[in-house]
Design a protein around this ligand. Sequence first.
Ligand code: MG
Length: 252
Amino acid sequence: MNILKTDQIKKIKICGKILADSLDEVKKKVRPGITTIELDELAEKLLRAKGCTPAFKGYYVAGAGTFPSTLCVSINDEIVHGIPSEKYILKDGDIISLDIGAGYNGIYTDMATTVPVGKISAEAARLLKLTEESLYIGIKQAKAGNRIGDIGAEIEPFAGKHHLGLIRDYVGHGIGPEPHLPPQIPNFGQHNTGAKIIENMALAIEPMLTTGGEDTVVDDNGWTVRTTDGSLAAHFEHTIIIENGKPAIVTK
Ligand code: MG
């Protein structure tokens, strides 16, 4: 259930702060020459040092298997669920999406950001800026009395207006005592449809946009999702709770 009780709200705020602080530290290490496994090791160390557990490491999905890492690291045309590796060395001009979840005394938070590696193209910079903006456009709709469909109903036309591809195969979700809970939160849809948004609800909102099309393909490893056309993808996510009728970001 993603409607939280008072003690759970306290925990989700602590968890979200630890997660955001940890991701901030990881972001500072992003530069050409570093491997993605080094970022993953740092992320795990930071979370555990502050009393959190990685939410994705060991996460099982039928058909894909068990996710091996703390961080999902998705580079350039990879959209989500990329696996950190000692083989991939970041290079100037890459964009890298870092998606991370944490558990704290039985309550979870989830967040993602896409950051530049060194100097990136104007096209990539525009994608990052607009994808982040689309997240806040979605969050603004997450208020008591609205419905889940209101979130995607604002993100979708925003992406269209800026001629960016909108990923439809992967969606946001409820969160709380488990990292992924109903309802699904698509980044497209119609106003005034879907579940009603109510006080103390915890939601993970996570638009993914591309510089090209909307089709996705999964690598042979069962996890890494990339754009079929090879276009660049970006991903921004926050966990929020509805407090005093309004969205409050906990992963900051
Ligand atoms: Mg998520």
